[in-house]
Design a protein around this ligand. Structure first.
Ligand code: CUA
Length: 152
């Protein structure tokens, strides 16, 4: 008599196929991470929190925006950059949790006390973008508005 129950032929095939598929996916993840250098995007930096908000032009067409969020404004309140510029945004908070979103762009960061968050963006079209706090932060939340102006 046969003591070990035999796995039906079809089930065995499905099992093998699923193991091959899982192995292939793990291999692709390893390939992407090791050979292509692709990683999960992160925005938290190890930059030391700054107190001063400022827009620094580091080169023609290159800016660093150090933005401090506080109850209930952004410092600086107006960022003026030239068309075609690349801007590195570093964002922190002086007090509580705020947000920083730039209307019409992909810039969308949390502004957290003690942490500096980062994103890079390019501005090719002249015009004005509203900067808004998208994290409810108290009675003055709706007043937390700034402007990013792209000059021609
Ligand atoms: Cu700051 Cu809402």
């Amino acid at each position: 008599m046969n003591s070990a129950p035999s796995i039906p032929q079809v089930e065995r095939k499905v099992l093998v196929a699923s193991l091959i598929l899982a192995g292939a996916m793990l291999a692709l993840i390893a390939y992407a991470a090791i050979r292509l250098g692709i990683s999960v995007p992160g925005c938290v930096t190890n930059v030391k929190p700054f107190e001063e908000g400022e827009l620094i032009q580091v080169a023609p067409g290159r800016y660093e925006a150090h933005v401090v969020a506080k109850k209930w404004s952004f410092i600086p309140n107006l960022l003026k950059v030239q068309k075609g510029s690349v801007v590195d945004f570093y964002v922190t908070s002086k007090d509580i949790v705020h947000g920083l979103m730039i209307d019409g762009t992909d810039v969308n960061l949390m502004a957290l006390p003690g942490v500096v968050n980062y994103v890079q963006a390019r501005f090719d079209k002249p015009g004005k973008h509203q900067i808004i706090c998208h994290e409810y932060c108290g009675t003055g939340h709706h007043d937390m508005i700034g402007t990013l102006e792209v000059t021609p």
